[in-house]
Design a protein around this ligand. Structure first.
Ligand SMILES: Cc1cc2nc3c(=O)[nH]c(=O)nc-3n(C[C@H](O)[C@H](O)[C@H](O)COP(=O)(O)OP(=O)(O)OC[C@H]3O[C@@H](n4cnc5c(N)ncnc54)[C@H](O)[C@@H]3O)c2cc1C
Length: 404
């Protein structure tokens, strides 16, 4: 099997931060890696585009820190949470280490830089290519079936990684085979565009709570601001699915948002997506298949740590696979790799995911969000403590070389 030219150590579907992080770490450790992406980069992506300070340490290890800065990333020194009535609490970026510097950079730039680095590291990257199915033999995943235009081709791998984001396109294939996965009606819809003339404070990522959702405004490269917001599907339907009507009807119930966005207008088209739910998914949906990034767990966006978890889980999967690769090449069992990945993932992420899930519940109840902002506003120590437990514990290591 390993001799075929279409056989890889690792085949990864999805070139978001999780997929490229895994691919780069694996390739630099000597693995033969295939990375498949259905879109052609650069491409816009629905995201708040707030890159939390800890990501800089990952960019450094991945060899892309300088490229991110020179792409025009803005510096975000604090996140300010605004209740509907205009009360606010701030969380300085310095609480998360890395010289107190979060970045504002579009996903089209960030993901493109990571993909270029993957190519440089020796990863075979196929863009415009859809991972349409898994190759399966008696329940064991043996690689990917790829579709590029009318053509279909199989690529075998010792390990296959689902990095397709919230859709979990590969893990879902298994569910379809076993039983139709329950997909309820979507309760939330997210929108994003780049805006001109928004009035957020310089260097701040501002988060606005309002009934049924919340939104985040922060600057990105090119003198524009990213506005990304979530609203209840019911409110979105009531506004004819027009994001600007939703902003007027729901977002503007937050007095600070009504001020900062009053004269803003979209410079890009609005992207939208329905959100199916948050939380942990299966890490090893079948023998031979791992999930990483949002495919493994979707953390609430207001934590600002989705991309961090994507980078971290990509690195963790790469490390685990590297540890077991020689054994797998000798046709050894997949079980030790699966066990190690589950264990290390739980240690690293489970308590953080639990805390963020609790905070999310408060965020969607306006009176609770109001009370939480009032409460956390009384104590910097408490705020710092809560902020820190949503993040990895080794945060206060030496800052990455790019920001020293
Ligand atoms: C409203 C909202 C706001 C957010 N704001 C922030 C924020 O400000 N900061 C932050 O850190 N996080 C934020 N997040 C979370 C962040 O966007 C995700 O956690 C992060 O993108 C996850 O990375 P990923 O690589 O797992 O998946 P993705 O970034 O979703 O990448 C998956 C890739 O897989 C590709 N793909 C999908 N299916 C296939 C297939 N079958 N074949 C081939 N390719 C495929 C897709 O095209 C995509 O490029 C936000 C999320 C939402 C919903």
């Amino acid at each position: 099997m390993i001799n075929s030219e279409d056989t890889y150590d690792v085949a990864i579907a999805g070139a978001g931060p999780a997929g490229t992080s895994a691919a780069i770490h694996l390739a630099t450790q000597g693995a033969r890696v295939l990375l498949v992406e259905q879109k052609r980069f650069p491409r816009a992506k629905l995201c708040g585009e707030f890159i939390s300070p800890e990501c800089l340490r990952h960019f450094d290890r991945l060899g892309v820190a300088d490229q991110m800065i020179s792409a025009g990333a803005t510096t975000l020194t604090q996140t300010v949470f605004y209740s509907r009535k205009g009360r606010s609490v701030n969380v300085p970026s310095e609480w998360f280490g890395a010289n107190g510097r979060a970045l504002g950079l579009s996903r089209s730039e960030m993901d493109q830089k990571l993909l270029e680095r993957a190519k440089d590291a020796g990863v075979l990257v196929l863009e415009d290519t859809h991972a349409s199915d898994l190759i399966l033999d008696r329940g064991r995943v043996l690689g990917l079936r790829l579709k590029c235009g009318p053509e279909s081709k199989d690529h075998h791998a010792l390990v296959t990684v689902d990095a397709t984001g919230r859709t979990r396109a590969l893990a879902r294939r298994l569910n379809r085979r076993r039983k139709q996965e329950h997909t309820g009606r979507y309760r939330l819809v997210a929108f994003k565009a780049h805006l001109e003339n928004a009035q957020a404070s310089e260097g701040a990522c501002e988060i606005y709570f309002y009934p049924g959702g919340y939104g985040g405004l922060s600057s990105v490269e090119g003198g524009v601001s990213n506005f990304c917001f979530i609203a209840s599907a019911k409110d979105v339907r009531r506004c004819g699915s027009d994001p600007e009507a939703v902003i007027r009807a729901s977002v503007f119930l937050n007095s600070r948002a009504a001020y900062t966005l009053a004269h803003a207008h979209a410079r890009t088209e609005w992207l939208s997506v329905s959100l199916e739910g948050f939380g942990r998914r299966k890490l090893v949906p079948a023998e031979g298949l791992l999930t990483i990034g949002d495919a493994a767990a979707f953390i609430d966006p207001f934590s600002g740590s989705g991309m961090l978890i994507a980078l971290e889980s990509g690195e963790l999967a790469a490390q685990t696979i590297t540890n077991q690769l020689e054994r797998l090449r000798r046709n050894a069992s997949f079980t030790p790799l699966a066990r190690e990945y589950r264990l290390e993932y739980q240690k690293k992420f489970d308590s953080r995911l639990r805390i963020c899930s609790l905070l999310r519940r408060a965020a969607f109840v306006p009176s609770l969000a109001e009370a939480a902002i009032l409460f956390f506003g009384t104590s910097t120590r408490l705020r710092r403590r809560v902020a820190r437990i949503t993040r990895p514990s080794q945060n206060l290591e030496t800052p990455p070389s790019s920001v020293r």
